[in-house]
Design a protein around this ligand. Structure first.
Ligand SMILES: [Zn+2]
Length: 477
């Protein structure tokens, strides 16, 4: 029997805000002394009144719109009731039946085909504190308590871990483009919860159980968890057993999971409307206003690059990886209409410039030369004033010093030798020095190539190879 997984995701995302979700505490808490970013509201003390953070609400609506969601113009907050040491007030302020956004989708690319992953909803809630376990002790830090969190819930649309990976990366890219969040997983700003079950391949029915795995902090671990759960659940089904409906946690970073508790239903949380916060309303005008701040998203940008600049999809994908990367590229080709030259600049940018930065683990902002200088360099190569090899040498120098390509070429005497009489003299010298090769020339098809190589050596790579080859051929004609 063959089996297939059915996978849905919940993504928790920490939006960038100045203050927490319902109080004025500084949101820049990461790495700070425990319990220094707290007040009666985020500690949940009796009588403290929450006031919603508008910046966080607008960011949630902006993300919902960018993810093709509909917006609930009348929305509200609800209390989700449960106790946990890091939630001592006994409830979390979340959204239940009226999330800010619903019914959206994210487009992902699978083997060159685009596929839609449907989104059920996106809502906003507050984060809990953090428990730290030390030996027999559990310590509590409430700096994270009350931080805003956006929760994005997908339909069970994923068929494998590759789709999940593509989705997670695309989502991260979009929120970074929108500057909604840095989505830095090492700081816990983007976390995943997996919903997964397994059924016989070909069956159209959803299984009557679902396994939830909470608190997954990286895309690679998420993929490992999917592989582990697929194997675990398939093995149970093969033995004729139904996997339990439960919440599982990570055992370690290998993707192995352990049972934590039998899953609560939403009834167990006894949701009810938050009495201390009035309903939230968004007018059509306000929604339109937020829409205008979205700008071009990575997928649109990629397709525009392919159409407008005739780029290969893979090159376009690399170029739009971050907004800054894409902007730098467009700055470099600002005044250029020659499509072949643009494609060539893209190649140098993706392959060489980004390659140099990667090798040094540096970011684009540390580049010492402006975008226009790369275009100038690539033009010199394309016009035959520099060979490709010399071009790379010039680029290495630009990278180190920030000097202009023209200045480097002049200072180092790197111009291509294209003068026929000069090249003829060098060719003659090479012929004189290699009588054996010359004697062999009619039988050895590689002899000309060898002599050409010697000319390049004599000129330290500066001879125009086409002119030099022509001269050699004329000398042996
Ligand atoms: Zn506070």
């Amino acid at each position: 029997m063959k089996y297939e997984p059915i996978i849905g995701l919940e993504v928790h995302l920490q939006p960038k805000t100045k203050s927490k979700m319902f109080c004025g505490c500084d949101a820049d808490y990461f790495g700070k002394q425990p319990n220094t970013h707290t007040c009666p509201v985020c500690l949940g003390l009796p009588g403290a009144l929450p006031v919603p953070n508008e910046e966080a609400l607008d960011k949630c609506v902006k993300l919902a719109l960018a993810l093709n969601c509909k917006i609930n113009k009348e929305s509200k907050f609800d209390r989700k009731n449960y106790f946990y040491p890091d939630l001592p007030k006994g409830y979390q302020i979340s959204q239940y039946d009226l999330p800010l956004g619903y019914e959206g989708f994210v487009e992902i690319d699978i083997d060159g085909d685009s596929r839609r992953i449907r989104l059920t909803r996106i809502h906003i809630e507050e984060d809990t504190g953090k428990s730290l376990h030390e030996g027999d002790l559990t310590l509590l830090d409430f700096n994270k308590s009350g931080m805003p969190l956006l929760e994005i819930v997908t339909e069970p649309d994923f068929v494998d871990e590759i789709e999940v990976e593509q989705f997670a990366k695309r989502l991260r890219q979009i929120v970074r483009y929108l500057d909604i969040s840095d989505a830095d997983m090492e700081k816990g700003q983007m976390r995943f919860e997996l919903n997964m079950s397994v059924r016989e391949t070909g069956s159209k029915e959803l299984p009557d159980y679902k396994v939830e795995v909470k608190n997954i902090g990286s895309i690679s671990v998420l993929q490992k968890v999917i592989a582990f759960e697929f194997k675990r659940q398939t093995e149970l089904l093969e033995k004729g057993e139904k996997p339990a409906q439960e919440t599982r946690g990570l055992k370690d970073m290998t993707g192995e999971t352990l049972s934590q508790r039998v899953k609560e239903d939403s009834e167990d949380y006894r949701y009810f409307p938050e009495p201390d916060i009035p309903p939230i309303t968004y007018s059509d005008e306000k929604i339109e206003e937020i829409k205008t701040t979205i700008g071009e998203l990575p997928n649109e940008k990629k397709h525009r690059f392919i159409d407008q600049y005739n780029l290969e999809p893979s090159a376009a994908e690399t170029l739009v990886a971050t907004k800054r990367k894409a902007d730098w590229f467009e700055d470099s080709i600002k005044d250029i209409s020659d499509k072949a030259l643009i494609a060539e600049i893209a190649k140098w940018y993706v392959g060489d410039v980004i390659g140099l930065l990667k090798a040094d683990k540096k970011s684009l902002s540390s580049l010492k030369f402006p975008p226009a200088d790369l275009a100038k360099l690539v033009s010199l190569v394309k016009e035959g004033k520099l060979t490709g090899t010399l071009g790379k040498q010039v680029l290495a120098k630009m990278y180190k010093t920030g000097d202009k390509p023209d200045d480097i070429v002049a200072a180092e005497g790197l111009e291509v030798v294209d003068d026929e009489s000069e090249l003829k003299a060098i060719a003659q010298k090479v012929i004189d020095e290699n009588p054996k090769v010359v004697a062999d020339i009619s039988k050895n098809p590689n002899a000309i190539k060898f002599l050409l190589g010697q000319i390049m050596k004599e000129t330290r790579g500066k001879a125009n190879p086409k002119t030099a080859e022509k001269i050699l051929e004329s000398l042996f004609a």
